[in-house]
Design a protein around this ligand. Sequence first.
Ligand code: CAA
Length: 263
Amino acid sequence: RLDEMEFENITIDQHGPIAVLTVNRPKALNALNGTTLSELAMAADLIANDPEVGALIVTGAGDKAFVAGADISELAGLEGPFAGRDMSLLGQDAMTQLSNLPIPVIAAIGGYALGGGLELALCCDIRIASPRARMGLPEVTLGLLPGFAGTQRLPRLIGAGRALDLMLTARQIGAEEALSMGLVNYVADDPLQKAREVAEQIVKNGPLAISLVKEAVRRGLATDLEAGMEIEADLFGLAFATSDFKEGTKAFLEKRPAEFKGE
Ligand code: CAA
């Protein structure tokens, strides 16, 4: 079981089909050092291969922070001509693995989600923030740019104009402003509880259909409209051939909830 895995800087709890991954370095406001990034990638791999898990919630330990960014002390000590690039690739890889999971991934943001922390939230499918959350990409204040795919994912999510404002000013925004720009989907006093509710709602649906929706959006965003529609038609064809689709339509006609088997 996933919750029996021993990690240094993350924990995974499993409640039925819903797993909760917690970044657990509260003394450093859950900052992402190399070990944590490797553990995130390892966890994503384990979760991707665990048929028991139908949804993943990502959160941070403690009241104060989701994740306050890449670990600045570690960054300051890295040496060598490729150290920066390698750290960026390590972070990007962890984010990509989480983002490519075939199950829904929901970020529950209780406090600071800054720099690499916001980038972690950006690789999730749905973001839920507490009214106390503070979000931003402050890398330029350190003479850096976002390096865990933030320069790429943020403009795709909220548009280049808003993304550039946040990245160039380095300003922090609260939950309501994030909601108004589409950076978060929900504001909730207890974001973890709200994330569980959203996850419960999603896991009632056909799991293959859910993974195909994610695939269609991900592959479609990487290409033009026409090619994206071809991808959609191919995946629609795949969904059409599943027993889940037969069960879904049968259940509708019989006026009962569907029982999907993921096949
Ligand atoms: N890396 C390492 N340690 C961090 C950290 C980080 N990103 N953020 C906070 N910490 C540590 C602090 O050093 C402090 O440790 P000590 O108690 O040992 O001094 C502890 O966490 C608590 O933090 P503060 O005392 O600073 O708490 P605060 O309430 O005064 O401030 C904060 C909170 C505004 C979030 C502030 O900690 C802060 O600005 N953190 C850094 C945010 C940041 O710049 N993130 C971007 C990192 S660069 C990046 O992410 C690059 C990339 O894209 C790949």
